[in-house]
Design a protein around this ligand. Structure first.
Ligand code: FMN
Length: 90
């Protein structure tokens, strides 16, 4: 962890947030594959979450998992086009 913090400072790039994002993508994708619904939460009462989960360090993100209610229709997803997100260098 210290190396990630140092690297982030030296390169001014928050690698740990990138790691959290990658992990969240895998967890939510696997949950969906197993029929679970998920909601990622970044806006929450950190102290309450730490108390509920008996954690003593800052909580950066919460991923809620559960089964959608019967007939709960997933709303249409708005997604950017791939070429808006990636820059392919050949
Ligand atoms: C890093 C992150 C933090 C989020 N935080 C919240 C949140 O605090 N509350 C909430 O209702 N949704 C939260 N969301 C869910 C977003 O609202 C949701 O992903 C977005 O509306 C797009 O919806 P979709 O991914 O289902 O298309 C968060 C999503 C991400 C990726």
């Amino acid at each position: 962890m210290a190396s990630a913090a140092l690297g982030a400072k030296v390169k001014n790039n928050d690698y740990r947030s990138i790691d959290i994002g990658i992990l969240s993508a895998y967890i939510t994708a696997e949950a969906t594959a197993q029929g679970l619904s998920t909601c990622i939460l970044g806006w929450f009462d950190d102290k309450k979450i730490r108390d509920i989960c008996s954690l003593d360090s800052t909580v950066r993100l919460v991923i809620t998992l559960g089964y959608a209610a019967e007939g709960d229709k997933l709303r249409a997803k708005k997604r950017k086009e791939l070429d808006e997100l990636i820059n392919t260098v050949e």
